[in-house]
Ligand binder design. Structure first.
Ligand code: R5P
Length: 335
């Protein structure tokens, strides 16, 4: 006798397509990923109780479907993190298949070690929370410190937007440009960027006086008469960039400074600082949604989308394909 499914003319196994779940910080990006790749987006109803507690309900069944939550843990950071944890729990209790958390911007990443006594390591605490909530896998882009990958005991994939950022300035920058790392911690990132564009590199030695104010103690490399392209992972208050620009100008760089960063946090006085007359181009990705008012306040800002990159990663994860191909396609080794 033929097997039952064959007799009933049904496939023996049905592979459920992946479903995309948008956290409230990343609705636009999640929508772009889903639309670009033809993935199903499952609606989420997020309401509040009068005491501000959050309540989440999925609008459709996800039973047996692998779920990909997209949520940047940007401002308001604590709210976004709690929402992410609640979403993971909701999916787990709704019997989703594998739950992959895509955190385009990982808040608290800069608290990745104790820099003095009596401090927490909050980047590790956030990793523990995501793990405990029931995620199977996490994917992030350009983590402030790649060592954060090791904070997770579940699977972790780390992508980079550096090739996308390099493509955004390629063709618009003069030959006499120099890639600048605004601090010694970012040298590897700047070096990858420099090799993609085949440009020399300079390094600034930054000291942080407090949370917002920085001072630059030294310039290593030749910037005189060159167009500097400052490459950073995060622009938060813009303090680092402003100090870097003024240092570079004093060192004889051309007043045609380009600034590229993966994560545009743009907190506090960032827009005003980046409106410095010597900054002619600012490029950031949409790992954090950029509000319209900021685009209006900062006409030099260009936003590069990571939707295709993340969609390709989801396609590959879902189909058990290697992610290294995403790096190779952009001419760089995995980071
Ligand atoms: C620091 O090590 C990071 O790479 C960034 O340079 C920093 O987070 C930027 O912060 P802000 O814009 O507030 O100076």
């Amino acid at each position: 006798m033929k097997p039952k499914r064959e007799r009933e003319n049904e496939p023996t196994f049905i592979t459920a397509p992946p479903c995309i779940i948008a956290g409230s910080a990343s609705t636009r990006l999640a929508h772009d990923i889903a639309a670009f790749h033809g993935f199903t987006e499952v609606g989420v109803e997020l309401t509040r109780f009068p005491d501000t507690e959050m309540h989440v309900r999925l609008q459709e069944s996800v039973r047996g479907h692998d779920a990909y939550i997209i949520q940047s843990t940007c401002a308001p950071v604590n709210e976004r993190i709690v929402e992410l944890l609640i979403l993971i729990d909701t999916l787990r209790r709704a019997a989703a298949g594998r739950i992959t958390v895509i955190v385009p911007y990982y808040g608290y990443a800069r608290q990745d070690r104790k820099s003095t006594g009596r401090e927490p390591i909050t980047a590790k605490l956030v990793a523990n929370l995501i793990d405990a909530a029931g995620a199977d896998r996490v994917l992030a882009i350009d983590l402030h410190s790649p060592a954060i990958q090791g904070f997770f005991d579940i699977g972790m994939d780390h992508l980079t937007a550096i090739p996308l950022l390099a493509n955004a300035v390629r063709g618009t920058i003069p030959q006499e440009s120099v890639i600048v790392s605004p601090d010694t911690g970012g040298v590897k990132r700047a070096d990858v960027f420099a090799s993609l564009l085949q440009l020399p590199i300079a390094i600034l030695h930054k000291r942080r006086a407090d949370g917002e104010n920085v001072e630059i103690a030294a310039v290593i490399g030749d910037v005189r008469g060159r167009t500097p392209i400052i490459v950073d992972d995060i622009i938060a208050t813009g303090g680092t960039i402003l100090e870097a620009v003024e240092t570079l100008l004093r060192a004889g760089a051309r007043p045609d400074v380009r600034v590229v960063a993966t994560h545009g946090v743009f907190a506090g006085a960032a827009a005003r600082r980046l409106a410095h007359p010597a900054i002619t181009q600012v490029v950031a990705t949409d790992s954090i949604a950029i509000p319209e008012e900021l685009r209006e306040a900062l006409p030099t800002l260009e936003v590069v989308s990571i939707a295709e990159l993340l969609g390709d990663a989801i396609y590959r994860l879902h189909n058990g394909l290697s992610l290294s191909a995403l790096f190779k396609a952009n001419g760089m080794p995995p980071i």
